[in-house]
Design a protein around this ligand. Sequence first.
Ligand code: TMP
Ligand code: ZN
Length: 431
Amino acid sequence: MSTHDRTPESTDDVVRYVTTCRVCGSEEWQEVVSFGEVPLANGFLEVTDSVAQERAYPLEVISCRECRLLSLTAVVDPQVLYRTYSYVTSDSETMARHMRTVAELARDRYGLAEGDLVVELGSNTGDQLLAFREAVGARVLGVDPARNLARIAEDRGVPTLPDYFDSATARAVAGEHGKASLILGRHVFAHIDDVADVLAGARELLTEDGLFTIEVPYAVDLVERLAFDTIYHEHLSYFLISTLDRLFSRHGLRTVDVERLAVHGGSVLVSAGRADGRWQTSERVRELIAAERDGGYLSDARYEAFATRVRRTCADLTALVRGLVAQGHRVAGYGASAKGTTLLNICGLSSEELEFCTDTTPQKQGRLTPGTHIPVLAPGDVTEQPDYYLLLAWNYAEEILAKESRFLNEHGGFIVPVPEPTVRTGAVSAK
Ligand code: TMP
Ligand code: ZN
């Protein structure tokens, strides 16, 4: 891989290549895995789009030898990724429950009270803020650069700035709305390149005893559960708690608490307070940091083993699906998720193997999956069920398998791709 050889002049006009660690400033990288060139995870095509014009970008993961940030090498311009965004928070029971949990945790553990200001970055269509309003009676403000989504949130009564959260936005918000008791970023912090500016803004906007809380995929879960398909261009960073701790302390913040969560294949909800505020670091934080060190997450070997397992799982999955197709079975995708784009592209599965993908998101229906050009159908538009569904939205496995118990009992099976490809048929518990 040629990460260090690329000069800014030789890069694509919308790609920046990482040389310096966004957490600690080091330039010492371990090259972990390269998936070649992959199109954007949410770059669903219109049927009339020219396939020849579809662009792909390098998808490579490196690990900082100093702070163990896992980072992509290629940072695609956020204007390309987010100004109109087809990712809409899943309208799933799992997610609704999770959002209630986040709001209740802020109320019960951190004392968030009625009338307190909650600012959310990457607020999408406003679901999480509505949960805060309901559980706490908080004042809420969303910040999201996707204008199409900000408009939907506004229509649902959630005031939303159609902007990126940076230090300038934070200053403007503080001027207009006062300081925030909670600044929340769920599954958005890992999308941000200039984390220093966001943290400077957060620090300025927080009340003295306020909390900056982020939910990010946990690097330990990524490695242990082999959730390699969560690697795509939107996810620039994969964090350990020790890496975040180091980042926060560089920016006048102190890690306060952490909660491990099952969502999106294993995430952490990490809170930080102002270093000059009253919050202290919890035992849970110390324990996880120690476990990361003891588990080998500060050394190259852990990531080398990860890359080997990823290649094996990919090869196994491709062999399994192609084998089923060769036996005359019909296979389709279930949930045209962003991670599905990674999985299908890097495992080399396409419309040759999968007849269609179903997805409940209206914005994706009628389009083609990025790179692999599989038609996306609304579940209700499937006229004849396939023999197998490849579960591309495996993070909702239990909810989906329960919902599809009739298909499982009467038709066929679900292929769950990670941590190793597994076929589930018949009763939901069968493996
Ligand atoms: P996400 O994990 O990024 O939320 O993506 C999950 C995708 O799967 C999203 O496009 C919605 C889709 N989906 C379904 O099609 N059916 C379902 O039952 C669920 C839960 C999600
Ligand atoms: Zn670093």
